[in-house]
Structures are given as structure tokens and as C-alpha cells.
Design a binder for this molecule. Structure first.
Ligand SMILES: NC(=O)c1ccc[n+]([C@@H]2O[C@H](COP(=O)([O-])OP(=O)(O)OC[C@H]3O[C@@H](n4cnc5c(N)ncnc54)[C@H](O)[C@@H]3O)[C@@H](O)[C@H]2O)c1
Length: 318
């Protein structure tokens, strides 16, 4: 589907890994994008990096314009004031410390017009932690992406208790129009939804490894050749609904007591450096350190092929 350029301008604050990826999301959707970073070298470096990522998307058939047309909608600007003027959304992507987030949101709340939504990409911080004192706190929320958001569409919208329902709805609409899949947290919690679920999986994988039940390689296969195949098109609730003939209650009656006793025996993993050194050694035997970057590129290419496949199947999906 060819994108129609839209009269909607988005500011991206912080031109690192996630800021650049957000810029691609919105430019691909036809928005004008202004990109700002305090480090001039980050802004200077971003054009070739953006072009490389957008060209990869083009190669997988994931954009219908030339990479140059998409790139032309992204404008690096030298000041924060220029970045935010006349925007519907500011997406903040600076380093992950509470002090930095507090300082940038105070500045953004002063500079941005009253109708502009201010969203943070923070992975772990809650909007209430950096917006409480601000006059415009009703338009501040978290919009947590998954890396890279131009391939993985989930955005977790996590409002503070004082974020207005109207701001939440507008953020939801902006992300949806840009092709993302927003989900809403009904109340705040550290780590939102995705990182908490990822944390639970990691906790159990580390425990099983530390207690000697399986190798790193085999534990990875449990996901990539097992659960992960299904998880790319359905979640845990739909999974259990379909895994007993009569649905969720039937499944719970059959297996619930066992899951419960397993959960009762599960402990928080200590992330012991000695165990992590063994995990690292097993990984390095599989993949030498100099090949990490090449493998990350391979991962992104596999993701692009999967996204392209899912798009082709879209007509058959619900
Ligand atoms: N990396 C991930 O996988 C991932 C995923 C989801 C969310 N996030 C979140 O996204 C945010 C950015 O992460 P990243 O990985 O892109 O970091 P990064 O280090 O790649 O980029 C941060 C950029 O912000 C710039 N910056 C710092 N202070 C600034 C300021 N005051 N104004 C403007 N620019 C400023 C830096 O110069 C740098 O270019 C973090 O909050 C992180 O938790 C990261």
C-alpha cells in the first residue's frame, strides 16, 4: 500500500538506536519527522544509518516508495524548540535515567504547544516518576516500543494516573495510523507488560540452566522451535483456549493445579555472575564475539522475512 503523505508532524528527541527506528516508522507512514539530538555527531551519523535500514525494508518489500522518498520526510534539526513546534506527538528516546527523563520532560512541557502529546520510549520508568510536577502532565505518557519498532509493531501505552483519557486516545490513534499495534496499561507498573513477561521467561530459563537441567542451546530451541512458533501469531490466553477441547476452563481444570505447584517452587534467579559466565561461554562457542554484529543483522533480516510473510497472510488472519 502506497503511503499518502499526511499533514502530521512528529518530533523524535534522541537520534540513537530507538529514535532513528521511530523516525522510520513515522516517515514510512507518510508523516513529516523532525529529529533532534544534543550530540551533533549523532545527528550527522543518522542519515546513512537511516538509509541502510530503509533500504533493507525496501528489499523485503516492506515499503512501496523508494528509500529516498521515505528518507526525505526525516529532517534533522539543531534545536529542541524547532523539533517540537507544530507537532502532534513528541517521541522521546534519550538515555534511560530518571534524572535525564525528568529534565527533558520539563523542557518539552515548556516548549511544546498545549495540543502536543509527549511520549517517552522508556523501557522501565513510569510516567508518574517524571511528570508529576509538570503543568502539562495530562498530556504525558509512556509509549514503549520494541526494538526495532519498524519491524515489531507493539507499542505499550502506559499513562500516569493523571494522564487524560483524551491524550491516551490520541496517542493510540497516532500510533495506529503509523501502522503500530498499541496496547493499553490500565494502571502503571514497572517494566510494563512485555518486559515483565520477558523477565519471567528469562528467570525460568536461567533457573533451569543454573540447576543443570539443559544446555543454553537446548533452552533456546524450546522457544525458537517450540513456543515461539505459536507465539508469533497467538498469545498465552488464546493458546490455552485452543489446547483443551472446551477452552480455558477445561484447560485450567486439567493442568491448572500442576502449573500452580510448579509456580510455587519457582524462585527469583540471582543472575549469578558465575552462571552468566557459563551462559556466555556456551554462546561464544556457538557464535564468536566478532560475529555478533553480523548475526544481529541476520536476525533483523529474519524478522523482515517474517513480517513480510505475516503481511501476505493478513487476509487469512482475524
Ligand atoms: N535499545 C532498545 O532495545 C530499547 C527498546 C525499547 C525502548 N528503549 C528506550 O529508548 C530510549 C533510548 O534508548 P537507545 O537504545 O536508543 O539509546 P542510545 O544510547 O542509542 O540513544 C540515546 C540518544 O539520546 C541522545 N541524547 C541524550 N541526551 C539527550 C537530550 N537531552 N536531548 C536530546 N538527545 C539526547 C544521545 O546523544 C543519543 O544519541 C531509552 O529510554 C531506552 O530505555 C530502548
Amino acid at each position: 500500500m502506497k503511503q499518502t503523505p499526511r499533514n502530521e508532524t512528529i518530533a523524535i528527541v534522541g537520534a540513537g538506536l530507538i529514535g532513528r527506528a521511530w523516525a522510520i516508522v513515522f516517515a514510512r507512514a507518510g508523516c513529516q519527522v523532525r529529529l533532534y539530538d544534543t550530540a551533533p555527531e549523532a545527528l550527522a551519523a543518522c542519515q546513512p544509518l537511516l538509509l541502510e535500514n530503509i533500504s533493507d525494508l525496501a528489499q523485503h518489500g516492506l515499503i512501496d516508495e523508494s528509500p529516498a522518498e521515505v528518507l526525505a520526510r526525516i529532517t534533522p534539526v539543531p534545536t529542541l524548540a524547532e523539533a517540537v513546534a507544530g507537532t502532534v506527538l513528541v517521541q522521546e528516546n534519550i538515555r534511560e535515567t530518571l534524572e535525564a527523563k525528568r529534565a527533558i520532560f520539563a523542557e518539552l512541557d515548556q516548549l511544546a504547544e498545549p495540543g502536543t502529546i509527549l511520549a517517552s520510549s522508556t523501557s522501565w520508568l513510569m510516567a508518574s516518576e517524571f511528570s508529576e510536577e509538570l503543568p502539562g502532565r495530562h498530556r504525558i505518557l509512556v509509549g514503549h516500543p520494541v526494538n526495532p519498532p519498524y519491524l515489531v509493531p507493539l507499542v505499550e501505552i502506559a499513562p500516569a494516573p493523571w494522564t487524560s483519557a483524551e491524550s491516551v486516545q490520541r496517542a493510540h490513534d497516532i500510533y495506529s495510523r503509523a501502522g503500530q499495534t498499541p496496547v493499553l496499561l490500565k494502571k502503571e507498573i514497572t517494566g510494563f507488560l512485555l518486559n515483565r513477561i520477558q523477565g519471567a521467561v528469562l528467570n525460568e530459563a536461567l533457573n533451569l540452566y543454573a540447576d543443570g537441567y539443559a544446555s543454553v542451546q537446548d533452552l533456546d530451541k524450546v522457544l525458537k522451535d517450540g513456543l515461539g512458533l505459536r507465539w508469533s501469531f497467538m498469545g498465552p490466553f488464546e493458546t490455552i483456549d485452543l489446547n483443551a477441547p472446551e477452552g480455558v476452563i477445561d484447560y485450567a481444570q486439567r493442568y491448572g493445579p500442576t502449573y500452580r505447584s510448579v509456580a510455587q517452587a519457582q524462585l527469583p534467579n540471582e543472575w549469578d555472575p558465575a552462571v552468566l559466565a557459563r551462559v556466555e561461554a556456551e554462546r561464544r562457542a556457538e557464535l564468536a564475539a566478532p560475529q555478533l554484529a553480523e548475526r544481529a543483522r541476520w536476525r533483523d533480516n529474519r524478522l523482515m522475512a517474517l513480517v513480510a510473510h505475516k503481511r501476505r497472510q493478513a487476509g487469512n488472519e482475524s
